[in-house]
Design a binder for this molecule. Sequence first.
Ligand SMILES: C[S@@+](CC[C@H](N)C(=O)[O-])C[C@H]1O[C@@H](n2cnc3c(N)ncnc32)[C@H](O)[C@@H]1O
Length: 262
Amino acid sequence: MITASTRPKLNSRTKYNFIYSLFTLYELRYNKILLNNCGFHPSELQTENGLQYQFYLELLKTVELPPDKPLKILEIGCGQGHGGLFLLQNYFAEHSTYTGIDISDIAIHYCKLKYRHLRNAAFVTSHNTPPFADQTFDVVISIETTYPRHEQNLQELYRYLKPSGLLLFAETYDMHDNTNHDMKLLNSGFTIINKINVTENIVAAFINDNQRKLAYLKKLSWLPKKSLTFLGHYFGVVNSARFASYQSGQRNGFIYAARKPV
Ligand SMILES: C[S@@+](CC[C@H](N)C(=O)[O-])C[C@H]1O[C@@H](n2cnc3c(N)ncnc32)[C@H](O)[C@@H]1O
């Protein structure tokens, strides 16, 4: 018999394909895009998804980037590309290039169609893409993927970066788990140049974004109850278990800036 504890968990690829199918349908129906991170409050951006774009901006605030030097940027977990392209088009020097990689075929298919006119952006899935060559990128960014949690992945990113290249990412951790995530970065050769606890900003983003998320869920009320419960948790609506885990301090969010030594 399958019980709650023996029921297989959705694998990441299936889960994110489901989420991005819904996001794509929503955009087709309502002509509005959705970003896919918790958000960072306060935001200086007066725009729809401003809290989620702000999370991207916060990554850049941790370092000083050369204002005029074109950079080669890689994003791990680019989703539908909105956040990464927002940075590319507004905050990186002209002639910079961007590669977005994601586990979701639906998200990458969406990016390839939507941004086909962009000559400086490319999108690939993580499961059928050969590894990049050593020292390809100046900057790697990542927001809320579990990718940098694994030392093997960090070693791969280290290899992709040029000397003095930057790894900028936001991650969340269960504080009851004693894993030393900083040590994984250090073991992989990186120097940590900044680490900021952003849990309060995430909780404030959940609260400030709650009405918008509830309105979105209302539009999805045709879905089975089980799917709606999953999405309420995934979006961190107030009173969901996910929201409570951040509010209680059990789960914390961090922004890291790490550098590959010269
Ligand atoms: C929470 S979403 C964040 C998406 C996007 N960065 C944003 O902020 O809107 C996590 C993303 O990571 C992707 N992802 C999860 N595991 C991955 C992996 N092993 N390799 C590449 N992408 C992955 C998911 O498909 C999803 O798009």
